[in-house]
Design a protein around this ligand. Structure first.
Ligand SMILES: [Zn+2]
Ligand SMILES: [Zn+2]
Ligand SMILES: [Zn+2]
Length: 144
């Protein structure tokens, strides 16, 4: 996407077009699955004088507007990607934190139906597959 696309994406969800918002969208697009810290760093390299808190606020606003998708990988770590509204899931390496997209195994939300729904109307299941990536397995195999 270009800056023009990002501008119209912001307008389409009723958000004002600002330099920090554009820089955040560009940073996430260039480095998908980054955490807030890495995105804040990229935005500051681009714009100079943006506080970390300002970038965190932008990430929240863009996520709430569903321009960005938050990916929870467990613990305190939250990663961000462009929201494609495609219901894909994620593979996470326990060892190095590598995160990869995988298509939904079922094809349609909510993917998993719980045995007890407590009266909820279930919209989605957020699936995270956890394991060890091939690089880490090789590294482990190579360590005596
Ligand atoms: Zn790994
Ligand atoms: Zn993803
Ligand atoms: Zn699924």
């Amino acid at each position: 996407m270009t800056t023009t696309d990002h501008t119209s994406a912001l307008r389409s969800v009723g958000l004002r077009v600002t330099a920090p918002r554009l820089a955040t969208l560009a940073a996430v697009e260039a480095h998908p699955h980054s955490d807030a810290e890495a995105i804040a760093q990229a935005v500051r390299e681009n714009l100079g004088t943006v506080s970390r808190q300002a970038v965190y606020d932008v990430l929240n606003a863009l996520s709430d507007a569903e321009l960005l998708r938050r990916v929870s990988v467990g613990g305190r770590s939250m990663r961000y990607e462009m929201h494609r509204h495609d219901n894909h899931h994620h593979l996470v390496c326990r060892s190095c934190g590598r995160l990869e997209d995988v298509p939904c195994a079922v094809g349609a939300a909510p993917c998993l139906i719980p045995h007890e729904d407590h009266g909820f109307s279930i919209e989605m299941a957020d699936v995270v597959y956890r394991g060890t990536c091939s690089d880490c397995r090789e590294r482990e195999a190579a360590t005596p």
